[in-house]
Ligand binder design. Structure first.
Ligand code: COA
Length: 261
């Protein structure tokens, strides 16, 4: 397994607990951390023992307080474009992962932190979580997909407001806007809720789960006809052993046992 400087990568019974671990910088994402997230997801894609992922931030204060402003301050037009594109690529890798990825958000999820949470398939937050895209306060705009994913999740009116004012919102408001799946009180409860959801998904047919992810992500892709992606995925499922098992088990009034084939 890779050696990480800014991440904790723990595989607990097939669920990877990926913790962004730069406590003294409120887990801000420097380039090294983005690269490490990429490496971690290469392992998550390839390792068939891994069935799901929970991404969180170390400590009690922040999920991730943004991209690292000390690095952003040094960017020029040429390397800023590369900076944004390579971050977007890593976050797309998270979004397109065929295994369910949950963000467990505790404390600040600002800028790149909010963008990281939005690249995950689901978000569980604690009541003290705060979300925002405050880049305009630095004279810049979101660069890791924030304008796109925020708009997809909460619509244009509130995205305009959040990205232009740079305001932070609390977890209850983020829930109301559709940014979150659940809000709970403590980090332990958020972990339990994340594990509960993954515990429901993991026993299901993995091919079907991966195709659900592809189809829902197709909504964001103007080059793709999502209905066609869905029809293709639906057809692809019928070629799997798990489809035979799932339908037979229903007809035989028993629980299915899926094998991922
Ligand atoms: N990049 C780099 N360093 C960051 C950071 C970021 N995005 N966010 C926090 N830090 C660092 C601070 O510089 C400070 O480091 P220091 O102790 O070496 O001075 C440390 O983390 C603690 O942060 P601090 O600002 O002292 O904590 P706070 O409780 O007073 O404020 C925040 C918390 C989140 C409100 C504040 O840190 C903040 O506004 N961060 C930037 C948020 C942002 O604009 N993100 C988008 C970036 S594109």
């Amino acid at each position: 397994m890779a050696n990480y400087q800014n991440l904790l990568f723990e595989n607990k019974s097939g669920i990877v607990h990926l913790t962004i671990n730069r406590l003294d910088k409120l887990n801000a994402l420097n380039i090294q951390t983005i690269q490490e997230i990429k490496t971690a997801f290469e392992e998550i894609y390839d390792n068939t023992d891994i069935k799901g992922v929970i991404i969180s931030g170390a400590g009690e204060k922040a999920f991730v307080a943004g991209a690292d402003i000390s690095e952003i301050a040094e960017l020029t037009e040429v390397n800023a474009r590369k900076f944004a594109e390579s971050g977007q690529e890593v976050f797309a890798t998270i979004e397109n992962c065929h295994k369910p990825v949950v963000a467990l958000v505790n404390g600040f999820a600002l800028g790149g932190g909010c963008e990281l949470a939005m690249a995950c398939h689901m978000r569980i937050a604690t009541a003290n979580a705060k979300f925002g895209q405050p880049e305009v306060n630095l004279g810049v705009i979101p660069g890791y997909g924030g304008t796109q994913r925020l708009t997809q999740l909460i619509g244009k009116a509130k995205s305009f407001e959040l990205c232009m004012t740079g305001d932070m919102i609390k977890a209850d408001q983020a829930l109301q806007l559709g940014l979150l799946n659940y809000v709970v009180e403590t980090k332990d409860e958020a972990l339990a809720k994340s594990e509960e959801i993954l515990g429901k998904i993991i026993p299901k047919a993995p091919v079907a789960i991966g195709l659900v992810i592809d189809c829902i992500n197709a909504v964001n892709n103007e080059q793709e006809n999502g209905y066609q992606t869905e029809a293709n995925g639906f057809a692809a499922c019928t070629k799997t052993e798990d489809f035979r098992e799932g339908t037979q088990a229903f007809l035989e009034k028993r629980k299915p046992e899926f094998k991922g084939e």
